[in-house]
Design a protein around this ligand. Structure first.
Ligand SMILES: *[C@@H]1O[C@H](CO)[C@@H](O)[C@H](O)[C@H]1NC(C)=O
Ligand SMILES: *[C@@H]1O[C@H](CO)[C@@H](O)[C@H](O)[C@H]1NC(C)=O
Ligand SMILES: *[C@@H]1O[C@H](CO)[C@@H](O)[C@H](O)[C@H]1NC(C)=O
Ligand SMILES: *[C@@H]1O[C@H](CO)[C@@H](O)[C@H](O)[C@H]1NC(C)=O
Ligand SMILES: *[C@@H]1O[C@H](CO)[C@@H](O)[C@H](O)[C@H]1NC(C)=O
Length: 172
């Protein structure tokens, strides 16, 4: 019995050292009514009394945004994208700036082909936030781990950039 337990525990991956790490940047340009040419995200639902071109209230509570954001290897919006971050974020607090994130990194470059799926709470004022990597496909088959995200830039109401450090603790 003891031997079995030891065998099982030694087969488990280390929970403290990532088996794979990636640093990527995602760029979000929110549609504001006049920037359709290069917007990458749009408010698709808003609470009663608000519209789809301005965030609701003071913290956007109740707004849902769908996005298809370019992903780059560095912090330059105009660098060649290595894929896209596709999904949504929902503003989920009336007292602080906070969203719930659910999205996929769809990577399509010479280095990486596949998807990584993310879910988690994003309390935006914190310097860094951790969200869950819940799965993946292709080069990221069965991936699981944590992504540490940080707001790398924010320009007005329409542009923000997030630095995403993907740390996988299960790699196949
Ligand atoms: C929308 O965003 C663009 C780009 O940031 C800006 O030039 C424009 O003034 C904004 N329009 C409104 C209505 O805020
Ligand atoms: C959006 O496109 C306009 C021109 O269409 C450009 O002036 C502006 O810099 C772009 N904004 C971003 C954030 O790329
Ligand atoms: C959207 O609502 C904001 C206030 O929340 C207002 O300033 C803006 O003019 C509205 N835009 C449109 C297109 O109605
Ligand atoms: C947000 O909170 C304020 C003050 O507590 C309240 O007046 C307002 O109705 C709330 N808005 C929503 C959408 O819950
Ligand atoms: C992936 O990239 C290749 C080469 O740039 C392109 O031909 C292909 O259409 C892309 N696939 C998707 C699903 O974007």
């Amino acid at each position: 019995m003891l031997i079995l337990v030891l065998l099982v525990s030694s087969a488990m991956p280390s929970h403290h050292k990532p088996c794979k790490q990636l640093v990527l940047y995602m760029h979000d340009i929110l549609y504001n009514g006049t920037n359709a040419a290069n917007a990458t995200s749009a408010i698709v639902a808003a609470p009663e009394g608000y519209n789809l071109t301005t965030l609701a209230g003071t913290n956007g509570f109740g707004d849902v945004v769908v996005f298809n954001d370019p992903i780059t290897l560095d912090n330059n919006l105009h660098s060649k994208p290595v894929g896209h971050a596709q999904g949504l974020y929902a503003y989920d607090s009336n007292v602080t700036l906070s969203v719930w994130f659910g999205f996929t990194f769809y990577l399509n470059s010479t280095e990486h082909q596949g998807t990584i799926n993310f879910i988690g709470a994003d309390p935006i004022p914190l310097k860094t936030r951790d969200i869950s990597v819940v799965g993946g496909t292709g080069d990221f088959f069965m991936a699981r781990g944590i992504a540490t995200i940080a707001t790398d830039a924010i320009e007005g109401l329409t542009y923000f950039r997030i630095r995403v450090v993907v740390k996988l603790f299960e790699c196949w």
